[in-house]
Design a protein around this ligand. Sequence first.
Ligand code: NAD
Length: 476
Amino acid sequence: MSFQYAPAPESRAVLDLKSSYGLFIDGEFVDGSGQAFKSVSPATEEVLAEISEASEADIDRAVAAARRAYTRVWSKMPGAERAKYLYRIARIVQERSRELAVLESLDNGKPIREARDVDVPLLAAHFFYYAGWADKLQYAGFGPKPKPLGVAAQVIPWNFPLLMLAWKVAPALAAGNTVVLKPAETTSLTALAFADICQQADLPPGVVNIVTGAGETGRALVSHPGVDKVAFTGSTEVGKAIARAVAGTSKSVTLELGGKAANILFDDAPIDQAVEGIVNGIFFNQGHVCCAGSRLLVQESVYDDVLLRLKRRMATLRIGDPLDKNTDVGAINSSEQLARIRELSQVGVSEGAERWSAPCELPDRGFWFAPTIFTGVTQAHRIAREEIFGPVLSVLTFRTPLEAVEKANNTPYGLSAGVWTDKGSRILWMANQLRAGVVWANTFNRFDPTSPFGGYKESGYGREGGRHGLEAYLAQ
Ligand code: NAD
């Protein structure tokens, strides 16, 4: 018997939402000179605020401010002093954690439980972690006197707005660079709240600049001649365009792109635990996760049992209001993303795979997609090859470890993988065979600031996080 949960909505009273937001340049909020656009709540389609669009002239101003701050203040400041600002930011994030979590959930559509327990704590953790490196760069293994690169142009996606900001801004500042960051157009609000935190921390003007806008603003930023470093997280398609735009310049580049990870379940794995890991691997953050375990590879001998338990577990997932503390799966971030998920799911059906969606009632307004699995999937199916970036799992089978490896590596991507087995030796053997930047064993979607993250092949190049993450922001 399943029991009902009474609604437990988190209050929005903690927010002080303005009707419109400007750009954050040189320590001040200023109006952008482009065409303003709206940020909507994906769960209700309510307009949350109007956001300024940064034009090329605004990007010029932001890059000039970052350059001034770099040459006059930030690169001259001893690491121990820079560290104090990073610690201060981390502490303010903790103090304002409730506000940040509510805003992230409202603007992105992710469950408040995840924003509160994952995104915001990790945001603080990254600033704490990189604060610790700021005065120890000479011991990081990148030469005796590593130097910052200068002004970093950073462009991030909408799936983890605050966390992606932390991955980019914290190591850049710790290493002595200044930044101009562009959040994704559907999720600008928490980056602007972060700008407010920079003001509150008395961060010197120009060290962090936030410019809002869509692809054209991003393009203008990464191609600006005044930037020394480009850091991008987003789709492989845009990553390739950026690589072409900076080719032949002296800019250094890191690209964190898409993925199509295999989550591999052997017959000796603890099945109930593995089912939790499969669910977390693909339904966490509505499957809007670059390293999502979107291809489940199950050993044939346990296939029927795993499918039965997986469907039973999926039927208990609660889908709905992201601000409700009981919600497991929130809203799809935008109508465009929903259309893409629907289209690829339709392709799955027309290519002959069998679709099963968890029985659930979806709200009338907003963008929603029920957690879904496809069985009878072959490696040639588009749903086994393309990133769906939604709550959709493709299930394939294997008989031997070698076959599992071949199938797992049969992808243009190489960001992450998961292995579920009772045998330590098999975990180590698999980890050596899998062409993936991160391999999780008997767990999935675990993140930590001390651990490097990044991909092979079309998942991009460079690493973020940990000591490795500093390298992208230092010249030896
Ligand atoms: P996207 O590539 O469409 O957009 C990402 C960002 O790039 C946005 O801010 C967008 O405005 C900007 N942009 C768009 N066109 C641009 C251009 N020509 N020049 C410069 N900037 C431009 O991706 P998305 O749909 O927002 O995000 C989803 C993608 O991000 C998925 O493919 C996912 O796998 C990937 N992702 C990767 C990682 C990782 O660490 N590897 C992490 C999170 C998300």
